[in-house]
Design a protein around this ligand. Structure first.
Ligand code: MTE
Ligand code: CO
Length: 424
């Protein structure tokens, strides 16, 4: 809200400028009461959008955000990868609210660019250790019983640059390899039942139709549990960058398994030892050994506001906001500290609390202009408590890139500027 202004030059300008219709009348009343506070021009003047006809319904057959929201975009970090085709950009978490990520702001991670697939020419093949190898068209898949589920997808490398200390200045960059949308698709167990899994089939290999042909091994147990083969997100077809026309949804498990542009599922009796589960997406420990097949994304949280890209601007009333999620179930509690861990308070969770989904939390607080050290820590439905970064390092060392779910710290300075820091 704009506060009332008593500057006489402002009220004069308002008087001259407002020489039409309602604006003139209100401004004249203001001037007559010589010493009264001048009225707010945003209230007294007739604005252009009130004066002229707006755009017709024929101008935006597919809607886009207001032109005043143009800065709210996915961003990349130029030095992070060698080429944009094998790269990543990040969800602007600090600009979003609620739990659903708008489709156009979902971070993207590709190993060989975005495949441009004509759905009429797309097929999904299921073969290997099955009774009846099958090939599905998109129309075949759309005629099978479908389900809707909201789930987060987090890249295993999210927060990966932070293992050795605070590095990137913004939750978009430290935590933005996560998105949360509603998927519509067919349970994989229905497709497998159609093909008839043989009893010795213990693993599946999922393969994409993109130029990287990215593939991963998935235990049959998970496939029969809650995996969806999705063709829609947030009510419409998948976006090309999210795997149009078909992707795997592997709730709670690392994003790399969520094969996009899915074209082939082979059943076998052991994992395939694909590139992305040997050279990559393994967790190198301090003693040189590697943890492998670390599928599940453990509970994690981050304060999205304030954060380096969203500093505090006002003293007094403020809303702290953030996101929490767990690959093992639901979020049951989030605690927040404003003083680097001396005092914790339970955050207010608001909105749907769904299984393996982003969950929104708030702390409504008054800021007196003092420095803050803000952290959040999530607890999930298994009772697991999000660890500190040092607790993680004790077990995992600092060689890893993947599975960093440590507690994030933001330092708010007296002027409201906010920085990524660590406290020991
Ligand atoms: N599937 C294919 N076919 N090709 C890819 O490069 N990238 C994977 C996974 N599926 C990838 C893929 C990785 S590492 C992640 S984190 C997620 O897709 C990213 O999904 P998104 O682009 O929808 O955010
Ligand atoms: Co990834």
């Amino acid at each position: 809200m704009t506060s009332q202004n008593t500057d006489p030059s402002l009220s004069r300008r308002r008087f001259l400028g407002g020489a039409t219709a309602a604006g003139a009348g209100l401004a004249a009343v203001g001037a007559a009461r010589a010493q009264a506070p001048a009225p707010d021009p945003l209230i007294t003047d007739v604005q252009d959008w009130n004066r002229y006809l707006g755009e017709g319904v024929d101008k935006r057959p597919y809607g886009t955000p207001s032109r005043f929201e143009k800065h709210i975009v996915r961003r990349d970090v130029s030095w992070l990868t060698a080429s944009p085709e094998s790269s990543v950009n990040f969800t602007p978490l600090h600009e979003l609210d609620g739990i659903i990520t708008p489709s156009g702001l979902c971070f993207e991670r590709h190993h060989g660019g975005i495949a441009d697939i004509d759905p009429a020419n797309h097929r999904l093949m299921i073969h290997g250790l099955v009774d009846k190898p099958l090939v599905f068209t998109m129309e075949d898949i759309r005629r099978m019983p479908r389900q809707n589920h909201v789930h987060f997808l987090e890249c295993a490398a999210n927060s990966g640059m932070e293992w050795r200390g605070a590095q990137l200045n913004g939750c978009q960059f430290t935590h933005g390899m996560v998105h949360n949308v509603m998927y519509t698709g067919v349970p994989l167990k229905l497709l497998l039942a159609e093909a008839g899994l043989k009893s010795n089939a213990k693993w599946l290999m999922l393969e994409g139709a993109d130029s990287s042909g990215m593939n991963r091994s998935l235990p049959v147990m998970k496939a029969l549990d809650d995996v969806l083969i999705a063709f829609a997100m947030n009510g419409e077809a998948l976006r090309p960058e999210q795997g149009y026309p078909l992707r795997a949804v592997i709730p709670g498990w690392e994003g790399n398994l969520w094969v996009k542009w899915l074209r082939r599922i082979e059943a076998g009796d052991k994992p395939w030892q694909a590139r992305e589960e040997t050279s990559k997406y393994t967790d190198l420990l301090a003693d040189g050994r590697s943890r492998r097949y670390t599928f599940i994304m453990d509970a994690k949280s981050v304060v999205t506001n304030p954060s380096p890209q969203a500093p505090l601007k006002h003293k007094g009333r403020n809303v702290l906001s953030g996101l929490a999620w767990s690959g093992r179930g639901t979020i049951t509690r989030v605690d927040v500290t404003l003083d680097g861990g001396r005092n914790w308070q339970e955050a207010r969770i608001d909105g749907p609390v769904l299984d393996k989904s982003l969950t929104r939390f708030y702390v409504d607080f008054d800021w007196g202009g003092q420095e803050l050290l803000i952290q959040s820590r999530a607890t999930d439905s298994t009772g697991y408590l999000q660890p500190t970064k040092d607790e993680l390092r004790k077990v995992r060392g600092v060689n890893s890139i993947y599975h960093n779910n440590g507690i994030q710290t933001w330092h708010v300075k007296g002027n409201g500027e906010t920085e990524n820091v660590e406290i020991g």
